[in-house]
Design a protein around this ligand. Structure first.
Ligand SMILES: Cc1cc2nc3c(=O)[nH]c(=O)nc-3n(C[C@H](O)[C@H](O)[C@H](O)COP(=O)(O)OP(=O)(O)OC[C@H]3O[C@@H](n4cnc5c(N)ncnc54)[C@H](O)[C@@H]3O)c2cc1C
Length: 458
């Protein structure tokens, strides 16, 4: 006979874990199951990071994106204490409520070992940016560091072990919306269970699964934004001034040529560029360690051009996947790296030119030509923005600055919902990045706590 739970959480990222934590904290008698299609934390080893292979071999479950602690497990652990960026929760909740939940999530993380140090906003740097029409977001920020962030998540997961059924390597394949039957599959085969309340917390790795499920169940979805661009890598001293004062410069620029918004974010001081595999497509990202001995000579950041599609096009995620797949195709199943100078001079970076460059790449990517896969509009935007950034951090637009492609952020289609309960689905909720409500650790965590509070309200 299939098991019956009070609450089932689909996805073991920070939103799902925080929801589980709060549910059993508020009511220890609740029976809660959490399904995670990836591995437990101790088995989340990317073969590239373990230096077993040099390029992505497209593991069945991507250790970087999937597994307990979700996409944030190997992240830099930048924790934004602000509503200025990091998601859209303020479209549903008052600002103060979102900040309150972000603070609550932070206190929980601190109780599991996260640092208490905060970087504060800096007006002098903001002013320096404004002089060149660059707009810097101001936020309180914590930097846990990849290593300490991982340890914090290990402790959080350990605290749940005897209170929540944590089913790892278990993929939910369907949810029957009226009967609340959850179909899942793991090494014991295909199984089912039921739950009074169900929370989709599937993250970006599960966004296709979730949007397919919504479409199948006639739940209206919205979202037409996609951000496409590159990961920029350069000597750490170029952005040292910003890194020391605020840790993460988050800057946006409106290009003169097209009037598009281009965002610089996800800055990693003395970090590493990494690949990530989302639903079979290889893209780039970055992170950095807190441990001094694991720091590199380079810093990296994302530089992405935002496109908001208009009617009749409604598939921004597919668009981004196609662009990223093109880079995978021409690099023979990997990602590309190119020097900015080569890109601007219309020539491919090859192994020899890469070796001649002064920036040593931290990721083994295929030297190539990004102009063969990034659409002209986005590429022009990126080059123009690099030159704008060069005015506040000279050296940003040097010839040898490395550009890795493709980096893209696609925001999961957002279901119609009220208080995160999906339209027409009694007792079924959606939270976090996978539902298009958030795009950061702090807001995803806050979203999980908020919905758990709703479910345990007397
Ligand atoms: C390399 C990297 C670095 C990042 N750095 C930062 C940072 O420094 N600061 C920041 O704020 N944000 C960062 N982010 C973004 C941050 O990780 C996400 O915003 C956050 O993890 C979202 O949490 P989530 O719980 O919504 O989803 P996720 O963390 O993506 O978790 C969702 C989980 O659901 C599982 N899942 C999906 N479908 C199913 C299914 N059908 N059955 C069972 N399980 C399923 C997935 O395997 C995954 O583990 C980074 C992301 C990456 C990839």
């Amino acid at each position: 006979m299939s098991k019956q739970y009070d609450v089932a959480i689909i996805g073991g990222g920070i939103s799902g874990l925080m929801a589980a934590y709060r549910l059993v904290e508020r009511n220890p008698a609740l029976s809660v199951v959490l399904f995670e299609k990836g591995h437990p934390l101790d088995r989340r080893v990317c073969p590239i990071v373990a230096k077993k292979v040099s390029t992505c071999i497209k593991c069945k479950s991507c250790a970087i994106m999937e597994g307990l602690a979700g996409a944030g497990a190997f992240s830099d652990g930048k924790y934004v204490i602000s509503t200025e960026y990091g998601g859209w929760l303020t479209e549903f909740l008052p600002d103060e409520t979102v900040i309150d939940y972000i603070e609550q999530a932070d206190s929980i993380l601190v109780s599991f070992g996260a640092t208490t140090e905060r970087f504060m906003p800096n007006n002098e740097l903001k002013k320096r940016c404004l002089e060149f029409d660059l707009h810097m977001s101001q936020a309180q920020l914590k930097h846990l560091g990849t290593d300490s962030n991982f340890d914090t998540m290990v402790h959080l997961v350990d605290s749940l072990r005897d209170k929540v059924s944590l089913l790892t390597d278990t993929c939910v394949t369907n949810v029957k919306k009226d009967a609340h039957i959850i179909e899942f599959s793991n090494r014991d085969g295909d199984q089912t269970c039921t739950a009074d309340k169900i929370i989709f917390a599937v993250g970006r790795a599960g966004s296709l699964f979730f949007s397919d499920w919504c479409e199948k169940n006639q739940i209206p979805l919205s979202n037409n934004q996609v951000d496409i661009g590159v990961r920029v890598e350069l000597p750490s001293m170029v952005w040292e001034d910003f890194a020391k004062k605020i840790y993460e410069p988050k800057i946006h620029y409106r290009s003169k040529q097209y009037g598009d918004i281009i965002r610089m974010f996800c800055f990693n001081d003395r970090g590493l560029v990494v690949t990530e595999n989302t639903n079979g497509v290889l893209t780039v990202n970055g992170h950095s360690y807190r441990d001094e001995s694991r720091k590199t000579q380079n810093s990296n950041f994302a530089l992405l051009s935002t496109t908001n599609f208009t009617q009749p096009f409604r598939e921004p995620i597919e668009y981004a996947r196609h662009v990223a797949s093109l880079a995978n195709l021409i690099s023979g199943g990997s990602v590309l790296v190119q020097r900015l100078g080569d890109l601007e001079n219309g020539r491919r970076t090859d192994e020899k030119r890469l070796r001649q460059g002064s920036v040593r790449p931290t990721l083994s990517a295929i030297p190539g030509d990004l102009s063969l896969c990034i659409p002209k509009r986005q590429l022009d935007n990126i080059v123009e923005t690099l030159h704008a950034l060069d005015q506040i951090a000279p050296g940003t637009a040097n010839y040898d600055t490395l550009l890795y492609g493709i980096e893209c952020k696609y925001y999961s289609a957002r279901p119609k919902a009220a208080e995160f309960e999906i339209d027409g689905c009694n007792g079924i909720y959606a939270i976090g990045d996978g539902a298009g409500f958030t795009r950061s650790l702090s807001q995803a965590a806050a979203n999980g706590l908020y919905v758990a509070d709703l479910l345990t309200r007397p």
